[in-house]
Design a protein around this ligand. Structure first.
Ligand SMILES: Cc1cc2nc3c(=O)[nH]c(=O)nc-3n(C[C@H](O)[C@H](O)[C@H](O)COP(=O)(O)OP(=O)(O)OC[C@H]3O[C@@H](n4cnc5c(N)ncnc54)[C@H](O)[C@@H]3O)c2cc1C
Length: 381
């Protein structure tokens, strides 16, 4: 870490900058930039970079500020308070950046890190497949080594922002004979390679933020492998832990949402069950906030606890908002779209059931759940 402002000093500097610049930001879309916000999101990322708030805890040699994870945590907190996205998108600035810093060769670090801070390299995540979501180790997209390249064939799904991204983090099977986890590799994949086809999917919200991505004989240069060949599982798991940790930081925006909800009750006569629901949510929100402060800004297995709690609470909050809106909640508008979007949070980044398994087995030390013979070869993220 280089010399820099202490955390309190940094926090007040950030708060002042956001007060002066928040009106340049796109709406607070959360971790994933929707396709219709990509231009504004990229401009916002460049404004953040110009002001010195991109890559706050990344080394200075890659364009970062060289400060601590606590400084970065303060940036996230103040952005949530200001109601602006802290980065263009989580996949690039949190997942890919973290993975390239940890596993990348010097060439990969120099090629991607600064370009990602500058919104020149925009990233999507190519993990899930139609037959492999929770059971990610069973994925079947193949990357066969052929000299100085891999030939990739297969299909990915639920790829957020695939159509506007020029790079993707890709998990594919490089050793079909090894046991599931052992046969996977992790790649940095240009999205404009011949043989990649991107098809948008439509969601029940009416929006279209996800894509299916098809690979047909795609020739991926071998130096795009990140980490060891057949060692992609370790890279992927580190990425997913960062994802859960990042989702856990939603506690701050949840606090803001709960404030808004308290105001929603102003001037209304709430019935007793709604009042109780509201107070239960506010109390749970405060308990999660306390837990987040204890956990600190570094993602760990405990991130599963936050991810589970926060996404459930976001779901409950959206449903309560819908209840309070009454029949109006069935019409187009923020209450209806909030209710339709809420279930996705409990699925993205590992479902609630999978988080419960992780908490039971890895945090509480409970025995591993018995698996049927057919799925024993699979994994659980
Ligand atoms: C908003 C959103 C954004 C996403 N973005 C991306 C993206 O950019 N890139 C990407 O690759 N993927 C993305 N995904 C996909 C996401 O990672 C998967 O949907 C998720 O991992 C679940 O996989 P699945 O849909 O195949 O469901 P399955 O794994 O088929 O699960 C179906 C049901 O079975 C339950 N289940 C499965 N295994 C167990 C178990 N062992 N114990 C108990 N219950 C179990 C699950 O909890 C779930 O209820 C996104 C999803 C959402 C909702």
């Amino acid at each position: 870490m280089s010399d820099g402002p202490d955390v309190a000093e940094f926090q007040s500097e950030v708060a002042q900058w956001l007060a002066a610049n928040a009106d340049r930001a796109p709406r607070d879309y959360g971790a994933i930039c929707p396709p219709d916000q990509i231009d504004q999101g990229s401009a916002w990322q460049r404004a953040i970079r110009d002001a010195g708030y991109a890559g706050i805890h990344w080394p200075t040699e890659f364009g970062g500020r060289g400060l601590s994870a606590e400084h970065n945590g303060v940036w996230m907190l103040e952005c949530a308070r200001a109601g602006v996205p802290p980065v263009l998108n989580m996949v690039g600035l949190v997942l890919t950046g973290g993975a390239v810093l940890r596993y990348g060769t010097p060439e990969q670090q120099h090629r991607h890190l600064l370009a990602t801070l500058n919104a020149e390299h925009v990233w999507c995540q190519l993990f899930s497949e139609p037959g492999s979501g929770s059971d990610l180790a069973s994925l079947s997209t193949r990357a066969e080594r052929d000299g100085d390249r891999y030939v990739v064939n297969g299909q990915k799904v639920w790829c957020s922002g695939g159509r506007y991204s020029n790079w993707g983090i890709l998990m594919a099977r490089t050793d079909p004979d090894a046991r599931n986890h052992a046969g996977l590799s992790f790649f940095l994949c240009p999205m404009d390679l011949p043989g990649i086809e991107i098809r948008p999917l439509k969601q029940m919200t009416g929006e279209s933020e996800f894509d299916e991505v098809f690979f047909t004989d795609v020739e991926l240069p071998a130096d795009h492998l990140l980490g060891p060949e057949h060692g992609g599982w370790g890279v992927g798991m580190a990425v997913l832990t960062s994802e859960r940790g990042h989702i856990g930081t939603a506690v701050i925006s949840l606090e803001r949402r709960l404030d808004q909800m308290m105001r929603l009750s102003e001037g209304r006569q709430l019935d007793a069950p709604s009042r109780q629901n509201l107070m239960r949510l506010v109390s749970t929100g405060n308990a999660y906030k306390a837990m987040a402060q204890r956990q600190g800004p570094v993602a760990s297995t405990a991130a599963s606890l936050m991810k589970l709690g926060i996404t459930q609470m976001t779901f409950d909050a959206s449903m309560l908002r819908g209840d309070l809106a009454g029949p109006d909640g069935m019409l187009d508008g923020p209450d209806a779209s909030g209710m339709l979007a809420a279930p996705g949070g409990r699925i993205a980044g590992g479902t609630s059931e999978v988080q419960r398994n992780i908490i039971g087995e890895r945090l509480l030390g409970l025995p591993r759940e018995p698996k049927p013979e057919s799925s024993r070869k699979g994994q659980e993220i």
